[in-house]
Design a binder for this molecule. Structure first.
Ligand code: ZN
Ligand code: ZN
Length: 151
């Protein structure tokens, strides 16, 4: 798992975000999605989503091996959130968790960080560029601070 810090170049706005998985989660998907006490409840801290996912699995859904913590972004608040992304296949349909912004309730989108002439910006899952604005001061210059490997 990697921890990064995203910050505004002009003010003190800063968010620490975790990305990826910890070693144990990587090795043992069955402990996340199966067993007596699936870790999913603990990891995503959203009972509604976790129970829906576990119910799908109980009824034959198969969790994909690509699961990790991602950066979620609210395009209304311009705020970063950090959630666990996963997918469960059942009956040729894919269930993916929808997380809502804890501030305004709008649906969050998954974003990746991208660079353009050293300028950091955000990309949605269709590689569309999202221009970030600091929710605190309106500045559009995002910086990536410390990156830390933790496990
Ligand atoms: Zn919001
Ligand atoms: Zn700012």
């Amino acid at each position: 798992m990697t921890c990064i810090s995203l910050k505004c170049s002009k003010c003190e706005y800063e968010r620490e975000l975790a990305l990826g998985v910890i070693m144990q989660e990587c090795d043992c998907p069955e402990e996340i999605f199966g067993g007596e006490n699936p870790q999913l409840l603990e990891i995503i801290k959203n009972d509604k989503i976790a129970n829906k996912a576990l119910e799908l699995i109980k009824n034959g859904g198969v969790p994909s091996r690509n699961y990790d913590r991602e950066i979620y972004y609210c395009s209304v608040c311009n705020e970063f959130h950090n959630h666990f992304h996963f997918a469960i296949e059942k009956d040729n349909k894919t269930f993916e968790p929808d997380y809502d912004c804890s501030i305004c309730g709008c649906r969050l989108i998954i974003v990746k960080l991208a660079h353009d002439n050293y300028k950091l910006y955000l990309q949605d899952s269709n590689q569309k560029r999202i221009d970030w604005h600091c929710p605190n001061c309106g500045n559009d210059d995002l910086e990536c601070g410390d990156t830390l490997m933790v496990d």
